[in-house]
Design a protein around this ligand. Sequence first.
Ligand code: 5GP
Length: 192
Amino acid sequence: MPKISGKLIIFSAPSGSGKTTLVRHLLTQEELGLEFSISATSRPPRGQEQHGKDYYFLSDEEFKQRVLAGDFLEWEEVYSGTKYGTLRSEVERIWQEGKTVIFDMDVVGGLNLKGLYGDKALAVFVMPPSLEELEKRLRGRQTDSEDKIRQRLAKARKELGRSDRFDHILVNNNLEVAKGEAHNLVKIFLGK
Ligand code: 5GP
């Protein structure tokens, strides 16, 4: 069992559902006292992404070494050949600051964290309006190859089937409405 000295908010969804936008919005709401858990990944940076801000970008070798050292709370090969994981040190650092940790995490990772932390964690599934809309959004980003988009859509189909294991399902039809709902869920969970 990991040491628990604070609370966690987990936002999970298929890639392209808008969870990152919602998490970024929540991070701007100072009264919630949230801080983003920066994951480690073995994939290279995309677009404007920065090391230590969006992810800790590690080589495959470094990633494997840190797995062996027991540095991860959870990790997964989310796409074939690409690993992602949550560092224990991130969560501890944020709790030491007296803040709540917020995660932007794929569905399996989100459920693994919920399993580790139980009632200390609020797990929210962000539901896209439809698979068609999800495909449109993924293509609109223009950051991934056709092959990557297909991988992401195949994964999304599986992930939608796991949505009922989350504490809440938040449908992201309209971003402004979803932002308000996300804010309320977190506020109630933290008793603020
Ligand atoms: P992307 O490459 O689009 O940034 O992320 C790919 C997927 O990996 C997303 O669904 C993202 O939520 C997930 N992911 C990011 N960080 C972690 C992590 O620490 N652990 C796990 N299990 N998945 C993660």
